[in-house]
Design a binder for this molecule. Structure first.
Ligand code: MG
Length: 219
């Protein structure tokens, strides 16, 4: 199956590696105890976890506590390695809103045992991502966005990417040094506070205010 990011200007990019950042907002880090980690927490979702606007989050039977995490998603536009934060903007193709869908109970068990988060974070349909706003719309700037998430029309998360502990540019520097980044990779940049449970039948709406929206349902 072809998985593509669709840009507002008609451009398309095949979805490659989906990176996630843990605990990048102080208020969210505090929700489950512990502060901002000394080194970024990195996890990876497989491309098959991607779903588009209008898609369905298939709640896995193995979890009784699946959570939404609304996040800014940065899509990479050019292959790169060892990029300093000061030139990170050149490698960004665009910005989207995504939901880092997480099996919280499975993640807690993994944390307890010091095991990886691949199952908790990377299952099928765990990466809903909106249409992509081309980075050119913001010139050379990497802008801040207001993030909103609603469940059944009620606002549950509402914050701004200005509260990120590690900036988009810093994250690109870090990831490009370790993994190298490729065109079509993307980064879930972490969630602000207010994460919560989603259940079968819920209508989930997310937005980068004024720019792009995402509607998915859980079943
Ligand atoms: Mg997250």
């Amino acid at each position: 199956m072809k998985r593509e990011f669709k840009f507002k200007n008609g451009k398309k990019l095949e979805v490659r590696t989906i990176y996630g950042i843990g605990k990048n907002y102080a208020k969210h880090a505090a929700e489950f105890g512990g502060g901002i980690p000394e080194e970024p927490i990195i996890f990876i979702k497989p491309p098959v976890s991607y779903i588009e606007n209008g898609g369905v989050i298939k709640l896995p039977a193995m979890s009784n506590n699946v959570h939404h995490e609304v996040e800014l998603v940065v899509v990479i536009g050019k292959d790169c390695a060892n990029i300093p934060a000061s030139s990170a903007r050149e490698y960004i193709a665009g910005y989207a809103v995504g939901i880092d869908v997480t099996m919280r109970d499975i993640q807690f068990k993994a944390k307890e045992k010091g095991e990886p988060w691949a199952v908790a974070k990377g299952f099928y349909s765990s990466a809903p991502i909106s249409e992509v706003i081309p980075a050119e719309e913001f010139g050379e700037e990497i802008p801040n966005f207001e993030l909103i998430l609603k469940v059944n029309n009620e606002i549950i998360q509402n914050s701004s990417t200005k509260f990120m502990e590690r900036s988009v540019a810093t994250l690109i520097e870090y990831l490009s040094k370790i993994f190298t980044l490729e065109e079509g990779d993307c980064i879930f940049t972490g969630t602000p506070e207010g994460v919560g449970r989603i259940q079968s039948g819920d209508k989930i709406y997310a937005e980068l205010s004024g720019f792009v929206t995402l509607n998915v349902i859980a079943e």
